[in-house]
Structures are given as C-alpha cells and as structure tokens.
Write a protein that binds this ligand. Sequence first.
Ligand SMILES: Cc1cc2nc3c(=O)[nH]c(=O)nc-3n(C[C@H](O)[C@H](O)[C@H](O)COP(=O)(O)OP(=O)(O)OC[C@H]3O[C@@H](n4cnc5c(N)ncnc54)[C@H](O)[C@@H]3O)c2cc1C
Length: 446
Amino acid sequence: MSTIYNYDLAIVGAGPAGLYTAILAAKKGMKVVLIEKRKDISKMTRYCSEHIILEENYNGDTMILEPGKPLNSKGWIDEDSVNKLRSVKNGWEIEFKGALCPTTEKYYYSRNLKHNAHYAWPDRHPFAWKYDKNYFLQQLLDQVLALGIEYLTETTCYEAVDVPEGVTLKCVKQGKRFKMYAKKLLAADGATAQVAQSLGMNEGRMYFASALTLCLYMSGVKEYNPESWCGFWGLCYGSNFAPLMGTGPAGHFDWADLILIGHSKQMPWDLYEYFTKKSPVAWMFENAKIEQTHSCMTKAFAPLKTPYKGNTLVIGDAAAFVETQMQGAINCAVWAADAFEKELNGKPGFAEYTKKWLESFEFNDDGMMQVVSGYALIPYYTDEEVEYLFTFLDGVTMDGNWSQYASPRMMWHEIHKHDAEIQAQRPEVWAKINKQQNVTLSDSMS
Ligand SMILES: Cc1cc2nc3c(=O)[nH]c(=O)nc-3n(C[C@H](O)[C@H](O)[C@H](O)COP(=O)(O)OP(=O)(O)OC[C@H]3O[C@@H](n4cnc5c(N)ncnc54)[C@H](O)[C@@H]3O)c2cc1C
C-alpha cells in the first residue's frame, strides 16, 4: 500500500522559527502540523536572556520596535502595552503585548572595575529591549490555533526519513511511538538539531565548544541598573568567560540577571560562588537573594551551509552557529514559508532560502572568527594586560551596540588607534595581539 503524505508541511519545534512558519504557511493555504516536545511553551525551560536587538543591519536586518505605551515612572513599559516589532529589510510586522525594559548602556569592565568599554548612543535611546519571550511565543501560538493548525504537544520527533515523495516522521508522545507523513518537513527544533542529525545533515559540521550557562534572577543587588548590560573581564572575576549582568524578567525588571558561563572544568555554580563572594564585585551581592534559577547548555557547531536535503529544510538555531536570536529565527520563518510554497509547486525554493540564509547571518562568514577573538580576551591576556588595553578606552563612548560580533570589533577598533603606543610601551602585548586571530573558541575554553 502506498504511503499517503497527508500534510503539506510538518514542522518540528514551536520556537519562534517554527511558530511563525506555521502561521505563514497556513495563510498560504498549506495543511500544516506543528510538533512540539514541551507541554507548555509559555514557560521557559531553556534559558534565553530575552532581548530584542535593535542595531542596524544585525544579522542582515534592522528591527524597529514601537512600544504601545510610554515608559512608566520606574523606567520601563507596563505589561498591558501592545507593541509592534517591524523588520525593515524583510517587511514583516508582529503586534505583541507585554512589558519592555530598554537597554541603553553596555559596560565591559576590566579588573577591579577600573576601566571599561562603554557603549551607548549619545541621546541614550535603546539599542535593545528586554521583552517577555514566553508571552510573545504564547501569542504566536494563539494565532497558530486560531488558524486551525494541528498542534501536537509533548511530542518528540526523534527521527525523520526523507524519500522523494515525502518525509516520514517518527515521533513519541508519553512513551507511545507513532509515525506521521508529510510532503515537506521543516526542522525548527533549535540548537539540539535532532532532526538534522537523524538525516545525517550534521556530519561535517565542525564542533567548537560547549558552554554550561547558569542564570540567576536576583533581588537586592547593589548598584544594579535595569538599563545596563555589564560584562566583567578578568580572572579576578573567577571565569574565562566574562560573567554578565543584565535585566531581570518581565514583571521583575528590578531584579538583576546574573549569567555565568562555564564548562566541565569551570562549573557554573563554582563561578557563582567565586563571583558573588570573592571577586572585586562581591560587595554588590552582600544582601542579594536568588529569586529564580535557569540554565542551559550551548554547543557551538559550524553553521549548516546547505540547510536542506530532499524534502527537508532546517532553519533557525537548528542550522546555526550558536544562535539566530528570536528576530533572526522569524526572518528564517518568513523565507521558509516562501520556500515551501515554491517547492510544493516544483520550484527551487530551498536554494533561494539558502542564498538569503548565507547572505544574512554573520556567522556564515568570517564574522565567526571575530566572535572567537572577542571571547578569547580571557585568559589569553592577563588581567593586567586587559586593564592596560582598556586604558585606551577611557573617556570613549562607542555607539550603542548589542552584537557579540560587532562589539569586540568596535572595541578593538578603538584600541588599534593606539598601536604605535602599544608597540613602544608593551611589545609583548603587541605580539599577543598579532597572534590573537589564531586563537579559537575551543582554545579559550581548554
Ligand atoms: C544563553 C542564551 C541567551 C540568549 N539570549 C537571547 C536574547 O537576548 N535575544 C534573542 O533574541 N535570542 C536569545 N537567545 C537565542 C534564542 O533563544 C534563539 O536564537 C531562538 O529562540 C531560536 O529560535 P528557534 O525557533 O530556532 O529555536 P528554539 O527557540 O530553540 O525552539 C526550538 C523548539 O523545538 C522544540 N524541540 C526541540 N527538539 C524537538 C524535537 N526533537 N521534537 C519536538 N520538538 C522539539 C523545543 O522544545 C523548542 O520549543 C539566547 C540563547 C541562549 C542560549
């Protein structure tokens, strides 16, 4: 008996990429099923720092966020605000309700808080907004359900089999195994990329490193400013990766978000103990209380340069080097819905998708190495050397910037204005700078 591929499109993963593709594909008339392993996507299971990033041409697009209400007396926007998020390049607009807190300053501190790299716009307009991602996803899901899309929760797709006529999805729900059949498959299953793995698409993707991330929402942190994003660079803070401090979750923007990134030899809870009890900023945590704890593991793989095979397209974090961010995942969804429409009509939609994917995301080219050199500050340079390099940033305010790619580049651009001084004063530091591009992310973690 021949198999009936009864869905036009099966989507694995109800993150931003999967949800938004489902909405657009259903609006184009496709019969869609959305498969999600979690019971309730409005509850965070995998930590996300939940910022909408506004900088121009970030991952090939620029976002415009129009809050529905003005800032309240505390400096943030109330949860009943109906906001609009618009993509300048890709033309989509999403209306969503929820609280927002502006990020207007970013500081990277050297040892003992002595010097810092400072990023802010002259008029202090926000370069990012903390938002309520889970509420945002719930609102996308409400649209999915209103469109009558079949939505299977607590269902894991553990394997996909792709043949010319369509795709078989092997799924499990509460211990019960079953199969589903679709003409096309979208793998939007996030960084674990299980679907791509089962299709052999991850073979040849270079593995860089894994990071164990611990995030603590804390009340009572001294000198905490909800509008600032801070990084602390130096072994005196206890970690190779700069501990980060950002904004608390919606409903509690008055709490700080302390983010500690470790690995098997620097476990995150040990980093927490050191940072909050022994580091030069331990005083900030004297009266602080942990309100919520979140964690996640990230594995950095080289991105998928050809994110499709047969009838399957892989989008969002599932195909990325670490992460596309929510806004990038939505862009992938917009291109993916077009791609499936074309493929179902015998046109090369996946190849068109791939062109946009490769052109838009910085991690698909040499930008990736810039991330690497940014991360590699510690322990490649000693705390004293970082402090010395940061002296060249005294009195400098760089443009407001969030990007993990652009911020290190901007910082180095400022430092390089002093190359002659560095060569004359500290030839050994100069030699290290010249060697730095050879240091990889894995080196910095080993
Ligand atoms: C530490 C950290 C901080 C971050 N901070 C930000 C930030 O400030 N701003 C920002 O925009 N982004 C941030 N991100 C990135 C952001 O979370 C992702 O880039 C974005 O959510 C990617 O969307 P996605 O739809 O591709 O994947 P995901 O959001 O990961 O969604 C994948 C979905 O698939 C489901 N799933 C997985 N496997 C299966 C399976 N086999 N079967 C069924 N379902 C499955 C998962 O449960 C999940 O719901 C951060 C990420 C990390 C790790």
